[in-house]
Design a protein around this ligand. Structure first.
Ligand code: IPM
Ligand code: MG
Length: 360
């Protein structure tokens, strides 16, 4: 089959990890006789360097013509990079938020599970997770604090800043529905995470989520406060199947969940709209401190490419192949430095990509 894939290499380690994901996709194409035509898209710092802004309208239009978009990572070191001398709306992250909003990518799926092979890298005691864990965080991605009104102003001589956390019932309903649909294909449990003891937006979130739950009688709905959830993730991560939450809470909890799997370098993500289209990116950032050194773990991006095959292109067998290849390479003892352990074989970004591609 033939598909058009937008490829955002991005900044920092982005170009290195995107290249390895592409290498693995090339191997998939060779094996199954598919053709992927890549359209290179500029986002973040890479776009600022060329166009002065982190995302152009032309790039958005080009992305719309693709079947899916695969991305490395964007952003630089805020302390040293000239990109951060620009006003906030022109910085790299603003481009990422804009593409999410423009393409309506409201559903961010971040699966976090423990590979048997990486049990040693998991900071939680073995006795607490005898059977590992396997959860997926469903994060609302186009609302809440990230997109509410904000301003910084002088309030009678006192510098003041305000951000707004706003959700309407439709935004909550569509993401809740997505979470329940996903739960139906898994262990049929949704944990909706909020701060309903304080926030109005959370109280509405709870009400609408309960309404959606009524349409899914087989799924158990549990409500959990976000501070408790942060604690439960390191106390007993195996209790979670699907975690449903708003944008900001999901940002924070997904980093926490990834560390519990051993490394943030392992966590893939898919950002979907109402159609089959999606943007696929690792959950981690651009790690400018190790950029260009072939130290980055490309697995999160490679697993994001697998999610792309599954969710946007309906290539399930091919996605299985990538996930199996990652498992095999880990089982053979190969590790990048972030997941390195005694007795294992240390590899770099390129070698890890080569090994996984060779397993396809
Ligand atoms: C993520 C990132 C982004 C976010 C940043 C880069 C704006 O942390 O995808 O989790 O906060 O959504
Ligand atoms: Mg984040």
């Amino acid at each position: 089959m033939e598909f058009k894939i937008g490829l955002i290499r991005g900044d920092g380690i982005g170009p290195e990890i995107a290249e390895e994901a592409r290498k693995v996709l090339d191997a998939v194409c060779r094996k199954y006789g598919h053709t992927f035509n890549y359209s290179e898209l500029l986002l973040g710092g890479a776009s600022i360097d060329v166009h002065g802004i982190p995302l152009t309208d032309e790039t958005i239009e080009e992305a719309r013509t693709c079947d899916a978009v695969l991305m490395g990572s964007i952003g630089g070191d805020a302390a040293t990079s000239p990109w951060y001398k620009l006003e906030p709306s022109k910085r790299p992250e603003a481009g990422l938020l804009k593409i999410r909003k423009e393409l309506g990518l409201f559903a961010n799926l971040r699966p976090a599970y423990l590979y048997n092979e990486l049990k040693g890298a998991c900071p939680i005691k073995d006795s607490l997770i005898p059977d590992g864990f396997d959860m997926i965080i469903v994060r609302e991605l186009t609302g809440g604090l990230y997109f509410g009104d904000r301003k910084t102003y002088d309030d009678n001589g006192v510098m003041t800043a305000v951000d707004t956390l706003k959700y309407n019932e439709n935004e909550i309903r569509r993401i809740a529905r997505r979470a329940f649909e996903i739960a139906m294909k898994r262990r049929k449990k949704v944990t909706s995470v909020d701060k309903a003891n304080v926030l109005d937006s959370s109280r509405l979130w709870r009400k609408i989520t309960a309404e959606v739950a009524a349409d899914f009688p087989e799924v158990t709905l549990e409500n959990m406060l976000v501070d408790n959830c942060a604690m439960q993730l390191v106390r007993n991560p195996a209790q979670f199947d699907v975690i449903l939450t708003e944008n900001m809470f999901g940002d924070i909890l997904s980093d926490e969940a990834s560390m519990v799997t051993g490394s943030i370098g392992m966590l893939s993500s898919a950002s979907l709209n109402e159609t089959k289209f999606g943007l696929y990116e690792p959950s981690h950032g651009s790690a400018p401190d190790i950029a260009g050194m072939s130290l980055a773990n490309p697995i999160a991006t490679i697993l994001s490419a697998a999610m792309m095959l599954r969710y946007s292109l309906d290539l399930d067998r091919e996605a299985d192949d990538i996930e199996e290849a990652v498992k095999k390479v880990l089982a053979e003892g190969y590790r990048t430095q972030d997941i390195m352990a005694e007795g294992m074989k240390l590899t770099n970004t390129v070698e890890m990509g080569n090994l996984i591609a060779a397993e396809i």
